[in-house]
Design a binder for this molecule. Structure first.
Ligand code: BTN
Length: 334
């Protein structure tokens, strides 16, 4: 068996054990399910133990997964019931998970391809900014091919923020807020950034695909963020005292993106309602940057197309869409 095949088998064995949620599964059953010998299953089990998995074994009952290291791998994240993440690439480091999805996004690649990384060397943010991406964060991008008119696609960025809030709430029990359009906020600082990129057909301008890229801060310290980012960023470890396992957060994100993929754009109204609840910008004074112009006003609502409605100081109201403007809080980061 080649090293590549051995690695794949290891991940498949892990996925089977995880699906049992701690209940035992016999080596015989696994060898039949995977079409390999019992000796190969045993070797995969030993290799997993070497990587830090605690796997108990009892005669006649089989193997049970008792504890797992904090590791991003297909065996940890695979779930055949999801379309998002069905094709999955896990990397220790990459320039940008969005770039990696784009490099792989040829026509035959299925909707839902996801790339997950533990570190990015060229993380990208909105408006051409750099997204500092040290170890301790989780960087995930997914390829989506929504069936909808182009004008609806920009709402995906707001929907993704709601999906991230769902995932964090599921794993950590706290629900972050959303700074319009899609910064995910905890304790007044940025917990997660989202970059949505579109690829259009050159001649027809039809949508080819969308890449949703998510960077969540899990265990970074002030020093990891660096002096420029630290005052406005927060990790789950800083906020909650402990960081969840990366694989648990990644799996919850894939679940949430899978729901998004199924609901978009059909369940528009229910996601809009949830977005309005999560959006912490509404009711706050804001500074709106449009090109070189800066204006101040108060955010008064989110309209039906997820645009931010701002009342200017002269009393006039305007709906701002996320591609056109950048919004800053006047009182601190949010
Ligand atoms: C922003 O806050 O400006 C958006 C940041 C988006 C960062 C994520 S991390 C995963 C994906 N890969 C990237 O290069 N960017 C996005």
């Amino acid at each position: 068996m080649t090293e590549r095949k051995r690695a794949m088998l290891r991940e498949e064995v892990l996925a089977l054990l995880k699906a049992r949620q701690g209940a035992p599964l016999s080596g015989e059953a696994m060898s039949q399910m995977l079409g390999v010998s019992r000796a190969a299953v045993w070797k995969a089990m030993e290799a997993l133990r070497q990587e830090g998995y605690v796997i108990s074994s009892a005669p006649r009952r089989g193997y049970a997964l008792e504890d797992s290291p904090d590791r991003l791998s297909p065996g940890e994240l695979m779930d055949p019931n999801r379309q998002v993440g069905k094709a999955l690439v896990c990397l220790d480091t990459v320039d940008s998970t969005n770039n990696e999805v784009k490099r792989r996004a040829v026509d035959a690649v299925p909707d839902g391809l996801a790339v997950v990384a533990a570190q990015q060397t060229g993380g990208r943010g909105r408006r051409g900014r750099t997204f500092v991406s040290p170890p301790g964060g989780l960087y995930l991008s997914a390829l989506l091919r929504p069936q909808c008119p182009l004008e609806q696609v920009s709402a995906l960025t707001a929907w993704s923020a709601v999906a991230v809030c769902d995932a964090i709430q599921q794993v950590c029990g706290v629900r972050p807020g959303v700074k319009w359009p899609n910064d995910v906020i905890l304790e007044g600082r940025k917990l997660c950034g989202i970059l949505t990129e579109l690829e259009l057909e050159g001649e027809t301008a039809a949508l080819r695909y969308v890449v949703v890229g998510i960077g969540v801060n899990l265990s970074q310290t002030e020093a990891d963020f660096g002096p420029e980012v630290a005052p406005v960023a927060i990790s789950l470890a800083q906020a909650l005292g402990t960081a969840p396992r990366r694989a648990e957060v990644a799996a919850a994100l894939l679940d949430a993106l899978d729901r998004l993929d199924r609901d978009f754009p059909g369940k528009w109204d229910s996601w809009l309602e949830r977005y309005r609840k999560d959006c912490i910008t509404v009711g706050k004074p804001v500074q709106v940057l449009q090109g070189s112009q800066a204006r101040t006003g108060t955010a008064v609502g989110v309209d039906d197309s997820f645009a931010l409605v701002v009342r200017w100081e002269d009393g006039a109201q305007e709906a701002l869409s996320s591609g056109e403007v950048s919004v800053r809080g006047l009182l601190g980061y949010v």
